[in-house]
Design a protein around this ligand. Structure first.
Ligand code: PLP
Length: 385
């Protein structure tokens, strides 16, 4: 078997994918997947109509590598107006989803051997970007005691002048944590004191319940902001994201992007530009349904023996501690799937010191979630240790 290049040998196929594939194979048996990270809503019809219209208008070819001017302008206005820091169209580059934005950031800025702080738990992709570029990961453990927010005191202990970058993700995958404005400010100050660049992944910015989202760019200028429409408009398959950064950095990223993503789909860019400042009531409706589901899941989990779950302020995940059942996250997830057909992801997939946890995505219907919670409760009672 061919081993592949050294740079991919340290990257494992995502545990989430593995669980998903396992679930797909279970034909003829009811499987409830609480494993995947995308809204279960359809993309709003208005966007689909705009995309069709754009295709007929000829938005079916390459666009500028930077993205179409209308979208860059709209994004610059949005950030300046809503997110509290000044952005010009020249600071924006449209990418093939947030993943490409993260990848080109890594490939164009991370030097082999540079140190990068990654909070744990984190989106699994971050470890992949660090590994591909030969970066050294400095773990920053976040805990359920702190509701999984990055704790500035803990950051102070690991931060130093020889660290080049820090990744942050609020609202967070896999915990749903939203970092409060005070803490965003404190974290930005520590980064500034140590001259650490912040890469702030804000793809869930619109999915917040009882705490507002704060951009790191509001308090610090050495910030690369990553965004996307994937989650906000339930359009993961359209592949449109973006990076916001200083112009000199955008120029470096362009060197990779021009040979990698090239451009996000033209009709998708145009459709988004056309709806971006219209009233997208869809988002509010989706978020209020997510809130209802979050409340259900958190309540039900905390009623189960041996499980404790923080009530998160954003995204559509919860990250309960299951170690009180006597099982670690991996055993819990595997056995739960075998016994009850419910798919969850072991916490260990999201970085060190998460073995006692699982991730549950509540991006599935309320009725199915109720059924999954009933099955999980039965499972916990049948496996008392
Ligand atoms: C934190 C985080 N960042 C980035 C992404 C990737 O988003 P996109 O589909 O826009 O590439 C995801 C997807 O799950 C995510 O959870």
């Amino acid at each position: 078997m061919m081993e592949g290049a050294k740079r991919v040998q340290g990257i494992s196929t995502s545990m989430i994918r593995k669980m998903f594939e396992m679930a797909q194979k279970m034909k003829g048996r009811e499987v409830i997947s609480l494993g995947l990270g995308e809204p279960d809503f359809d993309t709003p019809k208005s966007l689909c109509d705009e995309a069709y219209k754009a295709m007929l208008e000829g938005f079916t070819h390459y666009t500028s590598n930077f993205g179409i001017p209308e979208l860059r302008e709209k994004l610059a206005e949005k950030y300046t107006r809503e997110n509290g820091f000044e952005v010009t169209p020249e600071n924006v580059m449209v990418t093939v989803g947030a993943c490409e934005a993260l990848m080109i950031t890594a490939l164009s800025l991370f030097e082999e051997g540079s140190k990068i702080i990654i909070p744990s738990p984190s989106f699994v992709g971050y470890y992949g970007y660090a590994s591909l570029t030969g970066c050294r990961v400095v773990d920053l453990i976040t805990t359920d005691e702190d509701e999984f927010e990055v704790n500035p005191d803990t950051l102070n202990e690991v931060a130093s002048k020889d660290i080049s970058f820090m990744l942050v993700n609020s609202p967070n995958n896999p915990t749903g944590a939203v970092i409060s404005e005070d803490k965003v400010k404190a974290i930005a100050e520590i980064a500034e004191d140590n001259d650490i660049w912040i890469i702030s992944d804000e793809v869930y910015e619109k999915i917040v319940y009882d705490r507002p989202h704060t951009s790191f760019g509001k308090y610090y200028d050495k910030v690369i902001t990553i965004g996307a429409f994937s989650k906000t408009f339930a359009m993961t398959g359209w592949r449109v994201g973006y990076v916001i950064a200083r112009e000199d950095l955008i120029e470096k990223m362009l060197r990779v992007h021009q040979y990698n993503g090239v451009c996000a789909p033209a009709f998708a860019q145009k459709a988004i530009a056309n709806v971006l400042d219209t009233d997208m009531a869809f988002v509010g409706e989706m978020v209020s349904e997510f809130r209802r589901r979050r409340d259900l899941v958190v309540k039900r989990l905390n009623e189960m023996n041996g499980i404790s779950c923080v009530k998160p302020h954003g995204a559509f995940y919860v990250f309960p501690r299951v170690s009180g059942t006597g099982m670690d996250g991996e055993e819990f997830a595997m056995k739960l799937f075998d016994d009850k057909g419910v798919v969850v992801v072991p916490g260990g997939a999201f970085g060190p010191e998460n073995e006692g946890f699982i991730r549950i995505s509540y991006a599935t219907s309320y009725e199915r979630l109720e059924r999954a919670m009933n099955l999980m409760e039965e499972f916990v009672n049948e496996n008392k240790r």
